[in-house]
Design a protein. Structure first.
Length: 626
């Protein structure tokens, strides 16, 4: 048995015990409102780290049992979910109004909220008046940071790109409430808000699997009177007056019908108002449980300080959030989120996986393999697992099962009704086009990626004006390598080993690049900036996916012809498990629809790369043929 197989067997055996202990821990917490002494905090499942919320541990067999329901049974399920949601909303509103009158204590009773909301990760929900809120307590975040961390000893999980600050707001409220947020535009390349969609059990979400959030991109947000939106083309990026207010109406209903921004192919809609949900249904994936709502706030590429360091908050304070009933009365409900914050923000060290070649059982990372475009995070996870198990030429039955799971569990896919047919899912960034490919690195070998960078605006050194116009082809571009599955019993999901963003990559006069990955001991002598090469340490973890983020903000940072957008690579043709999949678009290790912007992977020995000399150009790198 190979070392890789041994690792996965150990993981499987370990997780069986973890799941059992975690169920006990969760039930004890929910029933008694305290953590049992026997709760093994270090024994946690993959879902525990991936999720910001606590949903029931279910097997795939239990989830797929929903797929056997008739159309009438589904309708009864949806109606039942809506009734329970309305009951929760009514009871919560009555309690809040009683507290405002001085009749109820501020602590929300455990029986009022379901245990999937009042859980080990978000518990002790407490009412506060607006002047009692603490903005730092409201939000928690995974910070933008300089990478790679020294010797890979402080790696973040959950696929968190190193150049991005992810702020997250978890909340609950009655239906027809409003969520009001005010803050200052950050000093960064991009800022965007995404709120969980309106409550709709037909299109559920579990904060990672399910329906996409409702977006609001920086340029669409109107600043306050006499203030500046620094993200608009030609605007003063360093303006002192940069305040804004936004409003979310919290509703039940179809996210697509309620939000014009989802009806626009570029997710553009002017104005500071969107419609989201006050809490969510986790659907079959979470056995119909209800979970808190969420707002994501992303700061891509905060400006660098004069000393080259990064301020994760991009030079501004935390935004302030307030909830408002339909009566106009204002409040906030603050949970204790220490466990959720700890589990999602704790760093860990790199793993070691000995070198091996991309052949045989690892041929899924071989010379002919191109890229997979990500439309849905559940689908790409299922696709990747199927490819590893059955190969790239898996049968139609294997792919059909994946499509069935996507349709049944979350009502998503290119043939579903809106918003299920939109090619994004919960927790991804809707203005990004994501491409992913596995990399495998043998002993004394190097991986080389060549291609052309889109032209992006310069912002990292406090440039005074936001550049934009038809000559700018993207807002942001980056490439990150990480580990997408647990590597041992204490591992986290999607450990990020390092990223390179557009302004860190050496390019020639055509904006073509050569990126080299190797272990430190195998670094070629000519893998230097002076030779036209960008080098990054691959670490001692020999198998990783690499993820490209290509961000479009139409029309000033957008490329119509070659960008890997949904228009150029439609879901039904770009996803491996879809029946019309066309690998010639981006699925081969040669230029397809992206033309010169297609990232081509090369593989060779250190000596072979050094023999190419210095300086190098992308056209001189030999093809990977065997």
């Amino acid at each position: 048995m190979s070392s890789m197989a041994v690792i996965f067997v150990i993981i499987s055996l370990f997780l069986v015990g973890c799941v059992q202990d975690e169920i006990k821990c969760r039930d004890g917490w929910c029933e008694y409102g305290e953590t049992p002494e026997s709760c093994p905090k270090d024994c946690i499942t993959e879902e525990d780290f991936w999720e910001a919320v606590d949903i029931p541990v279910t097997t795939m067999y239990e989830r797929m049992a929903y797929c056997d329901m008739s159309e009438l049974e589904w309708q009864e399920y949806y109606e039942g979910q809506n009734r329970k949601a309305q009951e929760l909303s009514d009871n919560l509103k009555d309690y809040i109004r009683g507290w405002l009158r001085g009749e109820n204590p501020p602590e929300i009773p455990y029986g009022l909220l379901p245990k999937s909301i009042n859980s080990i990760k978000t518990h002790s929900w407490t009412l506060q008046r607006p002047d009692e809120t603490n903005t730092e307590e409201q939000w928690y975040f995974i910070p933008a940071r300089k990478e790679p961390a020294p010797e890979f000893k402080a790696l973040y999980s959950n696929g968190a790109a190193t150049h991005v600050t992810y702020l997250k707001l978890l909340f609950i409220a009655p239906f027809d409430s409003k969520l009001l947020i005010e803050g200052d535009f950050p000093h960064s390349r991009e800022m965007s808000y995404q709120i969980a969609p309106p409550f709709d059990p037909e299109f559920p979400t579990s904060h990672n699997i399910g329906m996409m959030e409702v977006p609001m991109i920086d340029v669409d947000i109107e600043p306050d009177l006499d203030h500046v939106n620094p993200f608009r083309t030609g605007a003063n990026r360093n303006a002192e007056n940069r305040h804004y207010h936004i409003r979310y109406d919290l509703k039940m209903g179809n996210a697509y019908d309620l939000n014009p921004v989802l009806q626009n192919p570029y997710f553009r809609a002017q104005g500071n108002h969107r419609i989201g949900g006050p809490f969510e249904s986790a659907g079959p994936w979470g056995d119909g449980s209800f979970i808190p709502s969420v707002v994501w706030l992303r700061y891509y590429a905060p400006d660098l300080n004069p000393d080259g360091s990064v301020d994760p908050l991009a030079g501004v304070d935390y935004p302030k959030a307030i909830l408002q009933l339909d009566t106009g009365e204002q409040f906030w409900i603050q949970p204790n989120k220490d466990v959720a914050e700890e589990r999602q923000n704790t760093t860990t060290y790199a793993r070691i996986l000995p070198p091996f070649e991309p052949v045989g059982q690892f041929a899924y990372a071989g010379p002919s393999v191109g890229w997979k475009k990500i439309y849905n995070l559940l689908q790409i996870r299922l696709d990747s697992k199927a490819i590893r198990s059955h190969g790239l030429d898996a049968s139609d039955d294997v792919k059909a099962k994946i499509r069935d799971q996507l349709s049944c569990l979350i009502n998503q896919g290119p043939g579903q009704k809106p918003p299920g047919n939109i090619g994004h899912s919960a927790t991804d960034h809707p203005y990004n086009n994501y491409l992913v490919r596995p990399l495998v690195l043998g002993r004394e070998k190097v991986l080389v990626i060549t291609g052309r960078l889109p032209k992006t605006p310069k912002t990292r050194n406090a440039e005074s004006v936001m550049e934009g116009g038809t000559e700018y082809e993207a807002r942001y571009w980056s490439i990150c390598h990480h580990v997408d599955t647990p590597g041992n019993p204490s591992d986290f999901v999607s450990l990020v080993y390092g990223c390179l963003m557009d302004d860190e990559i050496i390019t020639d006069e055509n904006n073509d690049y050569i990126i080299v990955y190797s272990r430190v001991d195998d670094k070629p002598e000519n893998a230097e900036a002076s030779c036209g090469v960008t080098w990054q340490n691959f670490s001692q973890q020999s198998a990783k996916p690499v993820v490209i983020r290509w961000m479009d903000v139409y029309p000033d940072h957008y490329m119509e012809d070659y960008a890997p957008t949904d228009e150029n690579i439609p879901w039904e043709k770009g996803a491996w498990s879809e029946s019309e999949y066309d690998e010639t678009l981006v699925g081969k290790n040669e230029p397809g629809i992206m033309g010169p912007f297609h990232p081509v992977v090369h593989y060779m020995s250190r000596e072979e790369f050094e023999a190419l000399g210095c300086p190098l150009d992308a056209g001189s790198i030999p093809e990977w043929t065997k």
